[in-house]
Design a protein around this ligand. Structure first.
Ligand code: ZN
Length: 194
């Protein structure tokens, strides 16, 4: 596995995608230490990174929190806390967020990071309000196992249907066929992995 991962990162390095793919779990598996970097924080714009390797698919979703919640600070009110919970409920349902049109891929793991917008705790309340970040991000990392009898070539992204503030998604992908970038919007939601 480690050998495969090393090869994968050689491939990524060649196309200069390391800044966008640094967070995927392949990194953790290989014990690599690569500086974390995302696309610039732009409201309305989110990012997806996809890696298909053999029958495994990994997807990393990064977004300004405002795209999912309408705010970017720690949830205070009951309504804000409900917004956070609803966003997590949507994201955790991977089969609603992503449709694999020509392959049977089952979710095997998911990790959400909403730490920047989670409700204020008593400890947080003692911190200076001015320390609160002006902007914050949330992320979700998915792992899937796909039916080995088929090759995944198309992913339909449903995030726009659940999060109306997302207007544009930059999707970086690596698959058996190569690598590329797909620019998605509400009328173009499919990533072609070839
Ligand atoms: Zn922001």
């Amino acid at each position: 596995m480690v050998i495969q991962v090393t090869d994968l990162f050689k491939k990524i390095a060649m196309v200069g995608l390391i800044p966008y793919l640094c967070c995927l779990s392949y990194v953790a598996i290989a014990h690599e230490h690569i500086h974390t970097s995302h696309s610039p924080h732009v409201h309305g714009v989110a990012e997806l990174n996809l890696i298909v390797e053999h029958n495994k698919l990994e997807i990393q979703f990064n977004s300004p929190a405002i795209n999912l919640l309408g705010f970017e600070y720690r949830a205070h009110t009951t309504a804000e806390i409900a917004e956070v919970e609803q966003a997590k409920d949507h994201l955790i349902n991977a089969n609603k967020m992503f449709v694999f049109e020509n392959a049977d891929c089952q979710q095997t793991a998911i990790k959400l990071d909403f730490s920047a917008v989670e409700p204020v705790t008593k400890r947080d309340q003692h911190q200076n309000e001015s320390q609160a970040p002006l902007h914050s991000e949330v992320s979700a990392r998915y792992q899937f196992k796909c039916n080995s009898g088929t090759e995944l070539t198309r992913v339909n992204v449903k995030l726009f249907e659940y999060f109306q503030y997302i207007k544009h998604i930059k999707a970086f992908w690596i698959a058996k066929s190569g690598q590329g970038v797909a620019e998605l919007n509400t009328s173009s939601t499919t990533i072609n992995l070839n």
